[in-house]
Design a protein around this ligand. Sequence first.
Ligand code: GAR
Length: 209
Amino acid sequence: MPLRIAVLLSGSGTTLQNLIDRIEKGQLGGVEVTAVVSSKPSAFGLERARRHGIPGHAVDRRAYRDAHAFNNALHRVLEGCNPDLLVLAGFLSMLELRERYVGRAMNIHPALIPAFSGKGFYGERVHKAVLDYGVRLTGVTVHFLDEEYDTGPIILQETVPVLDDDTPETLARRVQEKERELFPRAIQLFADGRLRIEGRRVRILPTEP
Ligand code: GAR
């Protein structure tokens, strides 16, 4: 039985598209995107889901008075999808894990956590902060979720050099290229049962001989 993935997003969904493409090319095996859930009804990610015959659901964050009420609605939708893994792909709201998804939800962040991360650090804002600070290296982090922003156990990280003439756009492009390799790799490790959380650390188990 393939691993059932629900992708949560709020925007254009290029991360979702990459996962769909990899699955269709057989580069990400034993997994299926069975649902896409957006916190914005206008997100283009929902259109991408529709084009690939994946059920899409909008749970509009602005329709709920607070994060808890929003999460109640979101979890009702997720329950109906019965996913094995939640994949946050540019999901800009706070997700409450609610026990069932502890160790079963991952996020991608376009920087080297714990730098340039936490509430308010998303998308282009991250790359602008990286350039403003003047660091020479940034990168990509895939991590399990916990109850805070960007603080859960780290699965994979890779660096991306910052070049002298980078703008937020050029840097974002190179970071996103790295994202497109790293997220499928982390999901494949999960699907193959090779990730074990030990406190704050994630051990990557060797492949079976
Ligand atoms: C991705 O670059 C992802 O790393 C980032 O949002 C983008 C989503 O793009 N996520 C965060 O910044 C989370 N803090 P997409 O909507 O085209 O997939």
